[in-house]
Design a protein around this ligand. Structure first.
Ligand code: HEM
Length: 179
């Protein structure tokens, strides 16, 4: 996984907890840290960080990854401010991640392997999102989508349809304005 993701996770942990907690996590996970945006690191680093963080936070792994995704979103989005600012809300933005942002990431970092998404508008107004990746990180996608909702001032409810924790996960993203 690219260092960009580890940098965003570090920023999320620092913001939610503190820089000391990030250092404690690295130590507990027996990792060096020093992630650079251009570098590539084993996916196992992410798993080790999550395993170390569960007992420290009292959260179970899925909820923790979702929280980290949600709070990492602003840091990732900062890389493409104009695409965020010109989006018409969470649904519109998600299509841009797949059509523009992740392909741009691939151009800049040919060794990256971002997930693939398919979209379908549902009769009830939800956006059906099919996530596909060998990494089985659909729960991270959920967190990032919640973070996008925060950014666009929308309340997002994610309903898992099938395949939770699998290489293909389908979920419906329901969006409503925050009261
Ligand atoms: C906002 C700007 C975003 C940027 C700059 C960005 C960039 C990236 C990068 C660099 C990776 C690492 C790929 C690799 O190392 O192989 C990645 C992975 C990922 N991205 Fe994005 N991303 C963004 C938004 C999103 C959003 C909104 C979602 C949710 C739909 C998303 C879902 C994911 C997931 C789940 C992964 C983990 C890899 C996997 O599941 O295979 N990203 N992204």
């Amino acid at each position: 996984m690219k260092g960009i993701i580890y940098n965003a996770v570090e920023e999320a942990v620092t913001e939610l907890y503190s820089a000391d907690v990030w250092d404690d996590l690295l130590e507990a996970a027996e990792l060096e840290g020093h992630y650079t945006s251009l570098g590539s690191y084993d996916d196992s680093d992410l798993l080790a960080l999550v395993s170390a963080a569960c007992p420290m936070t009292g959260l179970e792994a899925g909820d923790l990854v979702k929280t980290l995704g949600r709070h990492s979103f602003p840091h990732l989005a900062n890389r493409y401010p104009e695409l965020v600012d010109s989006s018409q809300g969470t649904h519109d933005f998600l299509r841009r991640v797949n059509d523009i942002i992740h392909p741009e990431v691939l151009k800049l970092h040919p060794d990256a392997n971002p997930p693939k998404f398919e979209f379908e508008d549902r009769p009830d107004g939800a956006l059906r999102v099919t996530y596909q990746s060998e990494r089985k990180l659909g729960v991270l996608a959920e967190g990032l989508i919640l973070g996008a909702g925060d950014r666009f001032g929308e309340q997002v409810r994610i309903e898992t349809i099938e395949g939770a924790g699998e290489t293909v996960t389908v979920f419906d993203v329901h969006v409503s304005p925050v009261d």
